[in-house]
Design a protein around this ligand. Structure first.
Ligand SMILES: [Cu+2]
Length: 503
């Protein structure tokens, strides 16, 4: 049976529908084939809801899982088996970020994958990939919080409390307004349906400088980030080119944070997901020692640091132990190259929870490769010579056009790999910004940073800072055409996407 077909699901009560479907046991219902669903199977519904941000109502998207959960919490061995209902009112192109066991034809975010029309469902059936992963739309609607955790607890996770923290950058303006401010044009007609790119007007040079929260990107280079480029040209390295109204952790600001109950002396596994579209963070647990035990849902050798970089699309698992005397402990995320903070609070029963300012006293650095360079995979790839090696030259053109090897998506030349081959891709970045590069359908190992080879972490999204080459290696295990793109939403929307074809 093929999956991911457009299927009309009546907008009845979802449970009644599932029950009747399950009872039918794979028979035809209303003339359409149905993948059997058992009672415990997760099924997802994308809708909208209103949250409050800075005291004002904001209509955002929401992905409801079984039993009303935000997204999906599963156990190793579980499958996503059932319907994804698009009740969002807009075309939907969902991406299962980090789900390397999802076949190519079950991910709408693929070349020619199209969009799921409103009120229709896609049928899915694939084994969930253990670890901290997530789902999000692959179009501008991601900015309106069309994203949710997709966490599958590992069999060996042990006796720990899982606490999922999803970060977002939030604006009351629409993503199209933001794109226009940046001077860019959506290359994908709003929903990534595969239309060709359109050149954007070269408005960037004349755009007014932004001075709100996160704005003023031209100023960000003033902190000593000027670096030599090409021996003669100097380019200003900057971050935060979008001005946001708030930074959210589990949909709340630090003025009114989520309080998660924990036990005195308890062990907690923080599963932190950067669902921000144009913002990278540093995460930290002040007052609590933490160890990074997984990146992008894949185990690494534990590393203890005071703070950890987390780019758009990336995840980090931090192990912490709550002191026996208890207390309240913040889990913070600070915007790179800025003072904005967001986060949640872990608190034992009866603990005093002090208010924390939503601004740090000092600006964070820009993300760099220092953390990457000390990370080691728990289970690295076997060493072997690659059958295919590619260079992905990241580029920046007037009019907010972001390119790979000189092309925007739609004009791109795919990287072609045979199934089973080891492939390597070296990212070169002469642009003014860091790019978190994400490959669909595969985990990869980071094997080179700053021109130095090493056996680094296994992950699915890697930061490529300005003027620092990064090399990844992966075994092309899964047949199909897989997007390879920058996880800065507005870079992707304006062209920074290509594909890896595995045949
Ligand atoms: Cu980018």
């Amino acid at each position: 049976m093929s999956h991911c077909r457009n299927q009309k699901v009546p907008l009845l009560d979802r449970r009644t529908f599932l029950k009747s479907s399950a009872a039918a046991g794979g028979a035809l219902i209303a003339g359409v084939p149905w993948v059997p669903v058992h009672a415990a199977s997760p099924t997802l519904k994308v809708g909208t809801r209103t949250i409050e941000v800075n005291g004002k109502p904001a209509k955002v998207f929401h992905i409801e899982g079984p039993g009303g959960t935000n997204g999906l919490m599963a156990r190793e061995g579980d499958r996503l088996s059932g319907a994804l209902l698009n009740a969002s009112g807009e075309p939907l192109q969902m991406h299962w970020h980090g789900q390397v066991k999802a076949p190519a034809d079950q991910d709408r975010a693929r070349p020619g994958g199209g969009a799921l029309a409103p009120d229709l469902s896609d049928m899915h059936d694939f084994e969930l990939t253990p670890g901290t992963h997530w789902m999000h739309s692959h179009t501008l609607s991601e900015q309106r919080l069309l994203a949710a955790p997709m966490v599958t607890r590992e069999r060996d996770a042990g006796d720990v409390q899982d606490v999922v923290v999803m970060l977002h950058d939030f604006a009351f303006r629409s993503p199209l307004e933001i794109l226009a401010e940046l001077g860019g044009t959506d290359a994908h007609g709003g929903h990534g349906a595969g239309r060709g790119p359109m050149p954007g007007p070269a408005r960037r040079a004349s755009a007014p400088m932004q001075h709100g929260p996160g704005g003023g990107h031209a100023m960000h280079g003033m902190g000593g980030h000027m670096r030599g480029h090409g021996g003669h040209m100097m380019s200003m390295t900057h971050a935060n080119d979008v001005r946001y109204d708030a930074y959210l952790a589990n949909e709340r600001t630090l003025d009114d944070p989520q309080i998660v109950k924990v036990e005195k002396g308890g062990r907690v596994r923080l599963r932190i997901i950067n669902g921000g579209t144009a913002t990278a963070f540093f995460v930290s647990t002040p007052g609590l020692a933490s160890r990074a035990t997984a990146v992008d849902g894949v185990s690494c050798q534990p590393v203890q640091q005071a703070s950890y970089p987390l780019a758009q699309g990336q995840r980090i698992d931090l192990a912490v132990e709550i002191p026996r005397e208890g207390g309240a402990f913040s889990v913070l995320a600070q915007v790179e190259d800025a003072t904005f903070l967001t986060g949640i609070v872990l608190a034992t029963p009866g603990a005093d929870i002090a208010r924390r300012p939503a601004m740090a006293t000092q600006k964070a650095e820009l993300l760099d490769l220092a953390f990457e360079a000390v990370l080691r995979a728990a289970t690295p790839l076997p060493t072997m010579r690659p059958q295919a090696s590619f260079v992905a030259m990241l580029g920046e053109e007037a009019g907010y056009r972001w390119t790979i090897n000189g092309s925007v998506h739609g004009e791109h030349e795919p990287f072609k790999v045979r199934q089973g081959d080891r492939a390597e891709i070296t990212f070169m970045n002469p642009t003014s910004m860091m790019h978190p590069m994400h490959l669909h359908g595969h985990h990869f190992q980071v094997v080179g940073v700053g021109g130095r080879r090493f056996s680094g972490p296994i992950r699915d999204t890697v930061i490529v800072p300005a003027h620092a080459p990064v090399t990844i290696a992966f075994d092309a295990a899964h047949r199909g055409s897989w997007f390879l793109h920058c996880h800065h939403l507005y870079h992707m929307a304006t062209g920074m996407m290509t594909e890896v074809q595995v045949s």
